[in-house]
Design a protein around this ligand. Structure first.
Ligand code: SAM
Ligand code: DTB
Ligand code: SF4
Length: 343
């Protein structure tokens, strides 16, 4: 009979900045070893959750996020596009599923959701994608409790709303909303029992302490986010951060490993910036506990490795894509996040 070992690492919600900083600064190989050990204790290390991104409304955003090519005030030359039709989304969802994605994340360049016809259309999109057996995620900006509930009722599985950086550094990157606005939306998503996806970007010019403070905020949440995307800044010409140097792979590995250790059960997503990374670099990120990627040749507006390239990479590393709604037997359209997030 197989003996089930008791879990050796407790899940903590009271990590201090000093403790997290000590983890982040461990000798690199010790850090990766520790992160991989924690990862194997809590998760199936052979599985990677694959999400596909779809920009359902592109550009023209009122916010001033310094990193973002979609802010109307920067001249980035992206093609602005009004809200897609439900049919267009349905076709894109089929393509994502064929490519091996288990989750479709629909992004809109909005400051916040407004209760209007566009939102009704998004609810219809959520319903349509959910009925295809894909996990549906949205990232639409700020949400009220009522809007979060409407999305949940339409079949939304997860909502992405990043903290991006520490509270102190946030003010230098974005002035048109506050850190508390961000936290309030995350609370509203939680209340609607939708799975929370929240992480950040490194390479904005922040300090190590800023990175660690963001992880402190995420790991202090009463319920940890079910997924934490770690993005490397994609510097886009025309944005205030266009001249930022590329993030060294070692910083990405450290950030992923530290996230894995302080939020052990979460899905850590190796997000934007993979086109700038070698296969060896990405292998180290998986060793450090990353267990999700965005797949498909486009993120929202910038390039990303295509599905085939990533499937080759999985084959090379012996990884397999995780099935949608793993761990539940309920009909897809009735699924609520609370029943499916045990990984
Ligand atoms: N407008 C919504 C919002 O801000 O929440 C949703 C879309 S927004 C593009 C989603 C996330 O993409 C941001 O929070 C940020 O973390 C990430 N992002 C945007 N531009 C990026 C870039 N140039 N490099 C890396 N990540 C980026
Ligand atoms: C996240 O953390 N990263 C994704 C998704 N959530 C929405 C977005 C990355 C965007 C990169 C820049 C672009 O393609 O526009
Ligand atoms: Fe708008 Fe989101 Fe880009 Fe900020 S990150 S400018 S809110 S689309």
């Amino acid at each position: 009979m197989a003996i089930k070992l008791e879990s050796m690492t407790a899940i903590k919600h009271n990590w201090t900045v000093e403790e997290i900083l000590d983890i982040y600064n461990m000798p690199l190989l010790d850090l990766v070893y520790k992160a991989q050990t924690v990862h194997r204790e809590f998760n199936d290390a052979s599985e990677v959750q694959v999400s596909s991104l779809l920009s359902i409304k592109t550009g023209g955003c009122a916010e001033d996020c310094s990193y973002c090519p979609q802010a109307a005030r920067y001249n980035t030359g992206i093609e602005v596009h009004k809200l897609m039709t439900v049919n267009e989304v349905s076709e894109a969802a089929d393509k994502a599923k064929e490519g091996g994605a288990s989750r479709l994340c629909m992004g809109a360049a909005w400051r916040e959701v407004r209760d209007n016809r566009d939102f009704d259309r998004v609810l219809e999109m959520v319903k349509t994608v959910n009925e295809k057996g894909l996990e549906v995620c949205c990232t639409l900006g700020m949400l009220t409790e009522n809007q979060a509930q409407k999305l949940a009722d339409a079949g939304l599985y997860a909502y992405n709303h990043n903290l991006d950086t520490s509270e102190e550094s946030y003010k230098k990157i974005i002035t048109t909303r506050t850190y508390d606005d961000r936290l309030d939306t995350i609370k509203n998503v939680r209340k609607a029992k939708v799975s929370v996806c929240s992480g950040g970007i490194i390479g904005l010019g922040e300090t190590t302490e800023d990175r660690v403070k963001m992880l402190k905020t995420l790991s202090s949440m009463e319920v940890h986010p079910e997924s934490v995307p770690i993005n490397a800044l994609v510097p886009v010409a025309g944005t205030p951060l266009e001249d930022q140097p590329l993030v060294p792979i070692w910083d990405m590995v450290r950030m992923i490993a530290t996230t894995r250790i302080v939020i052990p059960k979460t899905v850590v997503r190796l997000s934007a910036g993979r086109t700038q990374m070698s296969l060896e670099g990405q292998a180290l990120c998986f060793m450090a506990g990353a267990n999700s990627i965005f797949a498909g040749d486009k993120l929202l507006t910038t390039p990303n490795p295509d599905f085939n390239t990533d499937m080759e990479m999985f084959k090379l590393f012996g990884l397999t894509p995780r099935k949608a709604f793993k761990g539940t037997t309920q009909p897809v359209s009735k699924i609520k996040a609370e029943t499916v997030e045990s990984i």
